[in-house]
Unconditional design. Structure first.
Length: 323
């Protein structure tokens, strides 16, 4: 038996969350005393594929096909399941990203496997059973889930496990599984990226703001702060509903769920719907002039003050530090 890890790519480059998944899968493989194989789907160069060996993948299944050049949920799930069958892998690991959330349950069904989505720690084994800590209730709680099935699928939350280098020589092997026509009834014809900014779901740092900014004309300082930090920008639901910011930046229960290393909330009260989307953040910093704002109850650090006074000072300090 072995471990298979799927590595997500965009424009021929692997994402950081993919390297996290490889590191996590390698740790599982070592604990099980077995080997790790990675699978890549899409047009990725040999240099990029070889890079996976740096994180412990001894073999890389390289799937290239015009039909699969863009992400197709059902087809990708079938290919990954076929890769697991080829490698006799009883554990499949992938990132719990936007794509991964659609893939993981489909792979689990195809492999008749137990599924853990939102894993945040390595499995603990006892008597052949897997116990995995994961997020629950939209990130408001944690659960220890037991997997008793022979096959297992684990989707790792982004930023939950560090990237660790354990270099081995990765052997690249072309893999051409059959892709059924029924898996391609809906395909992606074209992807037009709305922005070249940092992708919010993948961001390690996020600067977010709410109605406390008073209007879209005041967002310049939020974008400047984010640029200085190398962070993505986000907003609360009322802000996106008012068209102050794009809906793609809406973070919360009905928007995007994020789990960055640092989440800075500026002028956001902290309604439960918003907290559901950010509670997995490792460090939360809140800036709000209302000392009773609910967000302060979950914050690691809080600044009680007017955003229009605090944020410019932060920007000034960061510029001085960088200078």
């Amino acid at each position: 038996m072995s471990v298979l890890v799927y590595i997500e790519q965009a424009d021929g480059k692997f994402k950081k969350s993919g390297y996290e998944a490889v590191s996590y899968a390698k740790a599982i493989a070592d604990a099980q005393g077995t080997n790790l194989t990675a699978i890549s789907i899409g047009n990725v160069g040999d240099g990029e594929l070889k890079e996976l060996g740096k994180y412990g993948a001894s073999k890389v299944l390289n799937v290239t096909s015009d039909q699969l050049s863009s992400f197709v949920n059902q087809a990708y799930a079938s290919v990954i399941a076929a890769g697991a069958a080829k490698e006799n892998a009883d554990i499949v690991v992938l990132s719990n990203s936007f794509s991964g959330k659609g893939l993981a349950p489909r792979i689990a069904v195809k492999l008749t496997a137990g599924l853990i989505d939102g894993a945040i720690e390595l499995p603990q084994t006892e008597g052949g059973k897997f116990h995995v800590k994961k997020t629950a209730f939209s990130g408001k709680a944690f659960a220890i889930t037991e997997l008793t099935s022979a096959n297992k699928v684990i989707a790792l939350n982004p930023n939950a496990f560090g990237v660790k280098e354990l270099p081995v020589e990765a052997v690249i092997e072309a893999f051409t599984p059959e892709v059924k026509a029924t898996d391609l009834v809906a395909i992606v014809k074209e992807i037009i990226r709305a922005t070249d900014k940092i992708s919010l779901p993948d961001a390690e740092l996020v600067v977010s703001a709410g109605r406390g900014l008073k209007g879209p004309e005041n967002w310049g300082m939020i974008e400047e702060l984010a640029t200085l930090l190398g962070a993505a920008t986000a907003c609360s639901k009322p802000v996106s509903d008012a068209d102050w910011r794009p809906h793609a930046e809406h973070v919360g229960q009905t928007g995007i769920t994020v789990s960055p290393n640092l989440y800075i909330a500026i002028g956001i009260s902290g309604a439960i719907q918003h907290l559901a989307g950010v509670s997995s953040s490792k460090v939360i910093v809140v800036i709000n002039k209302d000392p009773e704002a609910p967000f302060f109850k979950v914050a690691d650090y809080g600044i009680v003050g007017d955003a229009f006074e605090v944020v410019p000072k932060l920007i000034e300090a960061l510029k001085a530090h960088k200078g």
